[in-house]
Design a protein around this ligand. Structure first.
Ligand SMILES: NC(=O)c1ccc[n+]([C@@H]2O[C@H](COP(=O)([O-])OP(=O)(O)OC[C@H]3O[C@@H](n4cnc5c(N)ncnc54)[C@H](OP(=O)(O)O)[C@@H]3O)[C@@H](O)[C@H]2O)c1
Length: 118
């Protein structure tokens, strides 16, 4: 009987300790969707794959978007779809993250465009 009680106590303590650690160190804060409307988001690699899907998800919540990739022509259809989904402000920017020397400059350019346009 005592053994069962001890096991039960250890189990309960472990459970609450684990829950405490999870809540304080690992649980991501929920961002209310309304907040996304007032944000400006830069997405590099937005012409296809996961970047494209991110663009559509943000667009649904009315976020202002800067879409970037090396091929401007591939971004236009994505931008159009974003507008259809409810994004009012979307800009396409040619951006090459692979050019190491220009990366910081190009990154700053993206930020400046985001600030200037929206
Ligand atoms: N798909 C998966 O299952 C998977 C799994 C794990 C990790 N990943 C990683 O997640 C990332 C995205 O993968 P994905 O499959 O969704 O996309 P993807 O088909 O690889 O497309 C990459 C996107 O990034 C752009 N891009 C490529 N090189 C670039 C550069 N130098 N500068 C700026 N933009 C560039 C491409 O457009 P442009 O060609 O026009 O520049 C495109 O929009 C990749 O890094 C991939 O390694 C993917």
């Amino acid at each position: 009987m005592i053994g069962i009680l001890i096991v039960l106590c250890i189990f309960t303590l472990t459970y609450f300790l684990g829950y405490y650690i999870y809540c304080n160190y690992f649980r991501a804060e929920h961002v209310p969707y309304e907040l996304l409307k007032s944000k400006r988001v830069i997405i590099t690699g937005a012409s296809r794959g996961i970047g494209e899907q991110f663009a559509y998800e943000y667009a649904k919540h009315g976020t202002c978007l800067i879409l970037a990739s090396r091929q401007l022509k591939d971004l236009e259809p994505v931008a159009q779809q974003c507008r259809t989904l409810g994004c009012q402000q979307v800009e396409c920017v040619e951006f090459d993250a692979g050019k190491v020397r220009k990366r910081v400059k190009n990154g700053m350019v993206l930020i400046c465009i985001a600030v200037q346009h929206f």
